[in-house]
Design a protein around this ligand. Structure first.
Ligand code: TXA
Ligand code: MG
Length: 359
């Protein structure tokens, strides 16, 4: 198979762009697969209501079939077709964050096949905040299941430069858009618990979610925090409730090491630059090691500095493309600073720590 390729801007509003989106929509409706841009990362879409179409996604990605897909919708009424028990908290969150980078998990209706939900009786739903993506779903006329458009285990794709690398031979159509504005995947929040629980961190944080549903009522806020603690307890010991969290993720070819308290990126860099093999040769040459850092620390690492950005938005936007660029450059070891400061930085660290370990 050789994918049809079309370029579409974020708006997707010109006549020729609309033509491409209508064609991609028809492919989805008829059971085919389409790679398309969203504001978080690129997605690999198929008709969420067709088990055969969903299976094509797992096949193209090499993804384990128990890892459920996110279903993308373009209008709120599509949510009522596929999900049950949509409570008032969900309505407030939709109002505040849709269209946008928030995925909510509900009990599924029978119309959603188990092939889409990885065998679960729940369904993850998101209305993307990317105009061309919304037009594509609208053109499809069906909800669109779409995981991130990367081979399973590899870094997500956020740059038009990498869109053609992995799926040109295995999907029906690829829509090349602009680089993803946010750069890390949506926040996944479980709405089936007594209070919403974030399973995968993203731009929208657990705090943002509680702020919206407590509506400034401090007693309600206290109740939410208490319940959250009862449900999640000690985060570190909690088993993976989102099936995707147990798999190896985001991994470039290079090894990734994240600095820790007591072992700074600079110390790690020096240690590996001095590392000798049995025959007395350096294991790593100069160009083999790069350090992901913020701009102000770059002078510390000399030629090894690779600036991810100045603030967490920029770091998030550059993260996945930078991991892929390190592979292009033949880098063998990526050492990363620990980015902190706000909840988006935590979401970035969640990805980097996963990239650094072999789960
Ligand atoms: O930003 C995004 O969410 C992107 C774009 C394309 O929209 N999509 C994305 O999909 O990141 P994916 O498949 O790479 O990640 C989906 C995550 C996985 O960790 C999966 O396990 C979890 O959501 N998930 C999906 N359905 C679930 C469910 N019913 N219960 C628990 N976790 C679920
Ligand atoms: Mg993914």
């Amino acid at each position: 198979m050789c994918a049809k390729v079309a370029r579409v801007s974020a708006e997707g509003s010109s006549e020729s762009e609309m033509k491409h989106l209508l064609e991609a929509g028809r492919i989805l409706r008829e059971g085919g697969t389409v790679v398309f841009p969203t504001e978080t990362v690129y997605g690999l879409g198929a008709n969420a209501l067709s088990p055969d179409a969903a299976r094509k996604i797992y096949l193209a990605k090499g993804r384990p079939s128990d890892n459920p897909l996110i279903v993308h919708i373009s209008r709120v009424d599509m949510l009522y077709d596929i999900a049950e028990d949509i409570g008032s908290d969900a309505l407030m969150l939709m109002d505040a964050f849709w269209p946008g980078p928030l995925t909510m998990i509900f009990r599924k209706k029978d119309i959603v096949p188990l092939a889409t939900t990885g065998g679960l009786d729940t369904v993850a739903v998101r209305m993307p905040g990317h105009k061309a993506a919304l037009k594509l779903i609208e053109a499809a006329g069906v909800p669109v299941a779409a995981p991130s458009a990367n081979i399973s285990g590899r870094p997500s794709i956020t740059s038009s430069r990498y869109v053609l690398d992995e799926f040109a031979d295995s999907v029906d159509m690829i829509i090349i858009g602009e680089n993803s504005e946010i750069g890390i995947e949506s926040t996944v929040v479980d709405m089936t618990e007594e209070v919403p629980v974030v399973l995968r961190p993203g731009k929208i944080s657990q705090n943002d979610i509680f702020d919206v549903i407590s509506q400034g009522d401090s007693a309600k806020r206290e109740f939410l925090d208490k319940k959250l603690y009862e449900i999640t307890g000690n985060h570190c010991e909690r088993p993976a409730r989102s099936p995707g969290m147990k798999y190896r993720h985001y991994s470039p070819k290079a090894r990734v090491i994240v600095e820790e308290p007591g072992r700074s990126a600079l110390e790690i860099m020096k240690e590996y630059l001095e590392l000798l093999s049995e025959d007395g040769k350096h294991v790593y040459e100069d160009g083999d090691i790069m350090v992901f850092c913020i701009e102000e620390n770059a002078p510390l690492y000399g030629d090894h500095a690779y600036i991810l950005g100045e603030d967490s938005s920029e770091i998030a936007r550059n993260l996945f493309t930078s991991l892929r660029m390190m592979d292009d450059m033949g880098v063998k070891l990526i050492i990363s600073e620990f980015f902190s400061g706000d909840e988006l930085a935590c979401a970035v660290m969640n990805r980097l720590v996963k990239a650094s370990s072999n789960i």
